[in-house]
Design a binder for this molecule. Structure first.
Ligand code: MLT
Length: 215
């Protein structure tokens, strides 16, 4: 059963059933919500505490507005001032949630827009996360500040046929993370923007191994 504290993001929280498993911060893609990645989180790291906020930015259009974690001008073109503000806001939520639920710094599991905000948090708020699995991420900030990721483990999973994230963009993000000192494992899978079974297997193995632990 989950007991949700009234924190600054609408969220879902599932307590750990294995005290040794790292807490996960689940970050959904555009149009998702706090429920989307709970099943994935359970699959990737059974026993982990799961903290899953809903993005606060609503993208218009007709019908139901789509929750996201920061504003974009169009697909793949981001409002970088908003990226910075939203990354700080999400880091604030992580601090609140850690206190409310008694958690260690979480590992972010982000998909698409959720992976992009996770990358922005790593690059601007390096203490907020213990590491990250970034699925179909792209560069969130063209010129991120100088950051020390101090050997944090990051798994970047890109799709060779991804129509949203060009290969050179994913490579540029990999370069930014390496330059900041992350221990980066970048894999490009025979996949599009959607997740494949290979993403699940690689992320699960990475989380089960020592790679995610800070050096
Ligand atoms: C983004 O806006 O973060 C990326 O284009 C991915 C997406 O959400 O479609």
């Amino acid at each position: 059963m989950s007991h949700n504290a009234p924190l600054s993001f609408v969220h879902r929280y599932e307590p750990a059933t294995d005290a040794g498993a790292p807490p996960l911060l689940l970050l959904h893609g555009t149009g998702g919500d706090e429920n989307d990645l709970i099943g994935l989180g359970r699959m990737l790291s059974p026993g982990s505490a799961l903290l899953s906020p809903r993005g606060k930015v609503l993208e218009g259009g007709e019908g139901r507005p789509l929750p996201r974690f920061f504003r974009r001008l169009r697909e793949g073109v981001f409002d970088e001032d908003d990226v910075r503000v939203r990354a700080a806001e999400l880091a604030g939520f992580i601090t609140e949630a850690r206190e409310a639920y008694g958690l260690a710094a979480p590992i972010a599991i982000g998909f698409s827009n959720g992976a992009n905000i996770a990358a922005a948090v790593l690059l601007t708020q390096p203490d907020a996360l213990a590491g990250a699995v970034l699925m179909r991420a792209m560069v969130p900030l063209a010129a991120p500040p100088v950051t020390d990721l101090a050997g944090k483990g990051v798994l970047l999973l890109s799709g060779a046929m991804d129509p949203i994230v060009p290969e050179d963009n994913a490579a540029r993000l990999a370069g930014q993370l390496r330059a900041a000192g992350a221990r980066l494992d970048h894999r490009t899978l025979p996949a599009g923007h959607g997740l494949s079974q290979a993403d699940v297997s690689l992320a699960r193995a990475w989380l089960a191994g020592p790679a995610h632990a800070a050096a």
